[in-house]
Design a protein around this ligand. Sequence first.
Ligand code: ADP
Ligand code: MG
Length: 277
Amino acid sequence: MSAFIEVDNLTFDYIKQDGTSLQAVSGISFRVERGSFTAIIGQNGSGKSTLAKNINALLVPTSGRVLVDGLDTADPASLWEVRRRVAMVFQNPDNQIVSSIVEDDIAFGPENLGVDPAEIRQRVRFALQDVEMEEYRKKAPHLLSGGQKQRIAIAGAVAMQPECIVFDEPTAMLDPRGRSEVLKVIERLHDKGITTILITHFMEEAARADHVIVMNDGRLEMDGTPREIFSQHQRLKELSLDVPAPVYLAQLLRERGIDLPQIDTEDELVRCLCQLQ
Ligand code: ADP
Ligand code: MG
C-alpha cells in the first residue's frame, strides 16, 4: 500500500534577513499511512512546525521531496490540490478566526474554494456537529473560551473536507478542560477516517497515536509506536522529553518489585493494578 504522505530526505533552510541561512529541518524521511494517527514530539525549536508547513505546501523543501497522495508539494500546479487534502490547525485560535459569527467563520474556507452555498451550509452544520458546537453557531467567536475557539478553528478545517489534518500544538494555550475537549474532537475525527498528525508537547496526547516521531535539532531522532518510543526513558531524558505519566508510574512500581506488563495508558495502569489484588 502506498503511503498518504511520503517525506523523503527533507531539508528546509530559512533565509534570514541578514542573508544567512538556518537549517530548521535536516534530511528527514518518514511515511504517514492513510487513516493513521501520527504524533510529532520534540523540544521547542526542533523543527516541528517547519516540518508541518512542508506537509501542506506552506513551505516547500530546500532539498528532498514531500509527496501528498502522490502529489509533489514543490510542483506549483499541485499546490491547491495539496492544500485541499491537508488542512492545518495552529496553536493560537485567535489567529485563525476571521469572522464575527461562528458559522461564517467555518464557511470561510469552503467559500474561498468556490463551493456551492447550499453545500457550504451543509458542511458547516456537519462540522459544528463534529466539534460539538452546534448551539454556538450564531455566537461571536471572541466570546468563547479558548477550547471552544480552537474547536471552531478545527470545524473550519473540517469544512474543507480534507483527508488529513495537521494539528500544530492545538492544545498548548488551553486550560486542562479545553485541552481534553480538543483532544476528544481530534480523536473523533481520526475515528471518522481523517489522517491525523498531531504535534504536541503533552506526552499523554502522543501516547494516543499509533505512530510517534521524535524531532531533535531538525533531525528525526526516533520513529516508532508509542510503546517503542516511551519505553526508552533514558533516551527521551537526554532529549529533555518526558514519558507519559502512567508509563513512568508503571516503571517506578516495577522498580519496587510490582509485576506489571508494559503500560501505555492510564486505563491500562488502573486495570492492571486492580487485577493485582
Ligand atoms: P518547533 O516548531 O519545533 O518549535 P520551528 O520549526 O518553529 O520549531 O523552528 C525550527 C528552527 O527554525 C528554530 O531554530 C527557529 O528559530 C527557526 N525558524 C522558525 N521560523 C523561522 C523563520 N520564519 N525564519 C527564520 N528562522 C525560523
Ligand atoms: Mg512549533
